[in-house]
Design a protein around this ligand. Structure first.
Ligand SMILES: Cc1cc2nc3c(=O)[nH]c(=O)nc-3n(C[C@H](O)[C@H](O)[C@H](O)COP(=O)(O)OP(=O)(O)OC[C@H]3O[C@@H](n4cnc5c(N)ncnc54)[C@H](O)[C@@H]3O)c2cc1C
Length: 374
């Protein structure tokens, strides 16, 4: 059973989504301005970046409360949840975990309130899964650095005020930087048209001789890869909320429809073939919730944490896609139309098998970890 605190937060976010998000699901598609407006409204409620500590104007919520908030936003619109996740779990969280006190005081309060929107740039046109293969460089110049290179597929880039970007400070090591939109040489590209997650603007980040002071460096020089790996762990916990939110939505939709839709003289819910699909979704939901609970309390410093989270991501990503596909099947022709939102969810959550490290890469992480343990 959920605690009173969790129930209250869940209800508050659900009400926000019923009022502000669900009615705008379609309007959000390819509408970066609306995405930004909704993120700002979430900022006013404190739900935009809830795990930011109170001393930096956040809610100071636990990771578990953060996952509940995210799950409810997913049920409102996965696109909004993606943009919120990139802002809070990737961008603000990198500053929180590794930034200097000055960086935290400068950016986190405004990011918690939604006055500044954040993006997180690792992926490049020629380096996605192979993070170490990134080509962007940050060369020392005087007391600061000059950054050159391009990032692609960056969530929130078209609406961002702050970009946490990674570049090579020497051929073998990566460093993280916090860049402000107004910095000369930094250009944020237009929203790229996508298969799903249409309400979440994705774009390029162009860095053409971006000159910054040493105060833009996050943590120490050369620590970027470690920072990226740590933030991937958070991202993969957060990813489980995309699965739980989606599977819950699918279960509700499937049960409601199957109990009223009749075929051959009875409700389709009475047929065992339909019941099996529904019970399978429930089994996957239960397993994902259990994994998420364990991962929220498992010390991230344990050497096998990255294997556990990678293994979980393989499963929950597939289960979320399966739930959408099976729900579409239960809804028959209606499921294939835009009158139902299941097609939208299916397109949105397919990203889970690609973003934040593809399923193939999660398999590699697990296998390499097992071999190392031998
Ligand atoms: C909507 C969206 C939002 C995104 N948001 C962000 C963001 O905010 N920030 C950010 O930095 N990035 C973001 N990304 C990028 C995303 O993380 C990458 O697309 C992803 O990591 C895969 O990289 P890639 O596209 O370059 O594919 P590639 O790395 O080129 O992979 C292509 C295929 O090869 C497979 N493959 C690669 N290497 C191996 C291997 N060693 N063994 C087996 N198979 C392999 C992959 O699994 C995949 O199937 C986003 C992407 C999308 C689509």
């Amino acid at each position: 059973m959920e605690s009173q605190e969790i129930l209250e937060v869940r209800n508050a976010v659900r009400k926000f989504c019923e009022r502000e998000v669900i009615p705008q699901q379609k309007a959000m598609d390819n509408n970066p301005t609306l995405c930004r407006e909704l993120m700002q409204k979430l900022g006013e409620t404190g739900f935009l970046a809830p795990t930011i500590p109170e001393e930096y104007s956040g809610m100071g919520a636990s990771l578990q409360i953060g996952t509940v908030i995210s799950e409810e936003i997913v049920r409102g619109n996965p696109s909004l949840a993606l943009s919120v996740g990139a802002h809070s779990i990737l961008s603000a969280n990198t500053i929180l975990q590794f930034g200097s006190e000055d960086q935290k005081r400068k950016y986190l309060p405004k990011m918690a309130r939604g006055e500044l929107i954040g993006a997180w740039g690792v992926t490049e046109p020629a380096a996605g899964s192979d993070v170490q293969g990134m080509q962007a460089t940050a060369k020392k110049q005087g007391d600061g650095f000059v950054l050159k290179g391009n990032k692609t597929f960056i969530t929130n880039a078209p609406i961002a005020d702050v970009v946490v970007a990674f570049a090579k400070t020497d051929p073998k090591s990566i460093s993280g930087f916090v860049l402000e939109k107004k910095t000369v040489g930094l250009t944020l590209g237009k929203a790229i048209e996508k298969f799903g997650m249409e309400g979440s603007p994705t774009g390029d980040v162009f860095m053409e001789n971006v000159s910054v002071g040493k105060d833009a460096l996050i943590g120490k020089e050369g620590e970027g890869f470690k920072q990226i790996a740590a933030i991937f762990n958070y991202e993969r916990i957060w990813g489980a909320t995309l699965a739980t939110g989606t599977i819950k939505h699918c279960l509700n939709t499937a049960l409601k429809y199957a109990s009223t839709r009749k075929a051959f003289g009875q409700a389709i819910l009475d047929y065992q073939a339909i019941q099996l699909k529904i019970s399978q979704m429930y089994a996957h939901l239960t397993a994902t919730e259990a994994m998420m609970k364990e991962l929220c309390s498992y010390p991230m410093t344990e050497p096998d944490f990255h294997m556990k989270i990678a293994a979980s991501k393989i499963l929950y990503s597939k289960w979320a896609v399966d739930a959408c596909s099976e729900t579409m099947q239960i809804l028959g022709g209606l499921g294939y139309t835009t009158e139902s939102d299941i097609g939208r969810f299916l397109r949105d959550v397919k990203l889970m098998e690609i973003g934040g490290g593809t399923t193939d890469i999660q398999h590699l992480i697990v296998a390499r970890g097992l071999i190392k343990q031998m």
